[in-house]
Design a protein. Structure first.
Length: 202
């Protein structure tokens, strides 16, 4: 699959991971013997991603060191460090200048979604909109979005802390799909991650 070949992908990974009681970034939490970040990168590469932009914050040096020693094959990775953590909206705005593609995929760095990302991209293009959010069949956001550069420029001037805050302010297409997802925000969720990955169908 190559639907992400020409789409820059942004991973918002500046969170503290307070509930996990970690002294490393949440995206570096260990799952089945490897950092969660490596799982996300592997997923994106599977769908043809070539350029990944990381919005980092808390203990970013751990991520940078890991990528230096474990450079993912076939991926160009750019790291951008937030001067202070404010929320996902600021995290995106902080890296927007590094995006070049007409369409940009944005995802939370603490969520794993069992979904065909190519279907999400197709739904977005068919809708002919400037922004899309991927939600499950219960209408819960999975933390994956698609934005045109026009949308990114517009939302950079909007108030708010999270991307979900500003979606009602712009024309946004909601793509509802059968897409189980797991947020590794709590110790219990982190324990379930290995089983979730083994059951993934996409």
């Amino acid at each position: 699959m190559s639907c992400l070949n020409n789409i820059d992908c942004v991973i918002l990974a500046g969170g503290y991971g307070t509930r996990l009681n970690l002294d490393i970034p949440k995206v570096m939490a260990t799952i089945d013997g490897r950092p969660f970040l490596s799982i996300l990168l592997e997923r994106l590469r599977k769908f043809g991603a070539r350029k990944i932009i990381l919005s980092l914050g808390y203990q970013s040096q751990f991520v940078i060191r890991y990528l230096r020693d474990n450079k993912p094959e076939g991926l160009r990775i750019i790291s951008c460090i937030e001067p202070y953590p404010v929320g996902t909206l600021y995290g995106l705005n902080n890296v927007q200048r590094m995006t070049r593609s007409k369409l940009v995929m944005v995802m939370n760095g603490d969520t794993l979604v069992d979904v065909d990302l190519c279907s999400f991209v197709s739904n977005h293009k068919e809708a002919g909109t400037q922004a899309s959010v991927l939600r499950d069949l219960d209408n819960v956001s999975t933390g994956i979005y698609l934005f045109s550069q026009i949308a990114l420029n517009y939302i950079s001037n909007l108030p708010g802390n999270s991307l979900e805050d500003i979606l009602p302010m712009i024309p946004t297409y909601t793509s509802k799909m059968n897409c189980p997802f797991l947020d590794i925000g709590t110790p219990d969720d982190l324990e379930q991650a290995t089983t979730f990955i083994k059951k993934m169908k996409t």
